[in-house]
Ligand binder design. Structure first.
Ligand SMILES: *Cc1c(COP(=O)(O)O)cnc(C)c1O
Length: 338
């Protein structure tokens, strides 16, 4: 593998630029475990205000944020409902089960990425001592880069309400969804009791996520954050990067979405590549079986980094991908097919 020239692996690979680094260097700090860090407090207040929720909590990662949300909604032996491919079910090392004693109830996805409403209803357990108590439904949006419709989220919120369940959004990329929909983020997250937002994905901060939601749930999460070892001290240096990102890196997500579409259109010119037109910044590509492995190797040898194997690839655009990267990558791909 040659040096990476065009890095499409993930929007987590971005490095803080000069403006963000200056904001970090100048950040006012204090001891956040004592509640004394003005930059962390500002970030939490700003996030709560932007999402129109009561409270927010700055945490080291999206994984911790999702776990804390589940631990706020559930006690030992309780259960959460989530998609079979949900990040908080598949990609978080089983933390809810291991650390929260919370059992997952996974639900199959429909081809459009949603869970069937009937499947969700059927999975909610009646109050009977044979069963774990169902406490919360967790949605993810964007889901694999796809924007799931507002109507779906509202319908699931209706189910949660009818059954007295909490509703959590893994909104690692919720800002991508709201920008793609041209919607205020507060309107996008209205149905949810808790929302987890990643600062270190498309927003381009080096570290951190924020859990936002109802004050009583966030208060529980604050105690559990300490228990999990996520209570940080002069973390205002990191919160300052988050504040900078909220100021400068939200509207520009539209550029990432435009570039993902340009990549998709360029790749789709080749009949051997099956390309899903992206809603946001994540693009799925399937290379025909007869070229799959050769195409994977060719991209790596030519400095194009994507995630995937056997020709099933995920390309992600982000703050550190510009128009030249898109043009350069398409050039390399075009040469493969000459
Ligand atoms: C990245 C991601 C997370 C977890 O964030 P980390 O900061 O990597 O722990 C959670 N959910 C989704 C959908 C993500 O993409």
């Amino acid at each position: 593998m040659n040096a990476i020239r065009h890095d499409f692996r993930s929007d987590t690979v971005t490095k803080p630029g000069a403006g963000m680094r200056a904001a970090m260097a100048e950040a006012e700090v204090g001891d956040d475990v004592f509640g004394d860090d003005p930059s962390v407090n500002r970030l939490e207040q700003r996030m709560a205000a932007m999402l129109d929720k009561q409270a927010a909590l700055f945490v080291p990662s999206g994984t911790m944020s999702n776990l804390l949300a589940l631990m706020s909604h559930c006690g030992r032996g309780d259960e959460f409902i989530a998609g079979q491919k949900a990040h908080l079910y598949v990609n978080e090392a089983g933390g809810a089960a291991v650390l929260g004693s919370i059992q997952p109830q996974p639900i199959a996805h429909q081809p459009d990425g949603t869970m069937a409403l009937g499947d969700i209803e059927d999975a909610i357990k009646p109050d009977d001592n044979h069963y774990a108590r169902t406490r919360v439904i967790a949605l993810e949006n964007t889901f694999g880069g796809r924007v799931l419709p507002m109507g779906y989220m509202q319908a699931v919120a209706g189910i949660a309400q009818r059954h007295g369940l909490g509703l959590h959004l893994d909104g690692a990329r919720a800002f991508n969804a709201s920008v793609a929909l041209g919607m205020d983020i507060a309107d996008f997250v209205t149905p949810f009791d808790t929302v987890s937002i990643c600062l270190s994905k498309g927003l381009g901060a080096p570290v951190g996520s924020v859990l936002v939601g109802r004050a009583d749930l966030i208060e529980k999460a604050r105690r559990n954050r300490k228990m999990l070892g996520g209570g940080l001290r002069q973390s205002g240096i990191l919160a300052a990067a988050g504040l900078y990102a909220l100021e400068h890196h939200v509207a520009r997500l539209a550029d990432d979405h435009r570039r993902a579409r340009q990549l998709a259109e360029g790749l789709a010119r080749h009949a051997a590549l099956k390309v899903d037109m992206p809603d946001t910044n994540i693009l799925w590509v399937n290379a025909d079986a007869d070229i799959a492995e050769r195409f994977d190797t060719y991209l790596a040898d030519n400095g194009i980094a994507v995630i995937g194997r056997y020709g099933q690839q995920r390309w992600v655009t982000h703050l550190d991908v510009d128009d030249e990267d898109v043009a350069g990558a398409l050039d390399v791909v075009n040469r493969f097919f000459l």
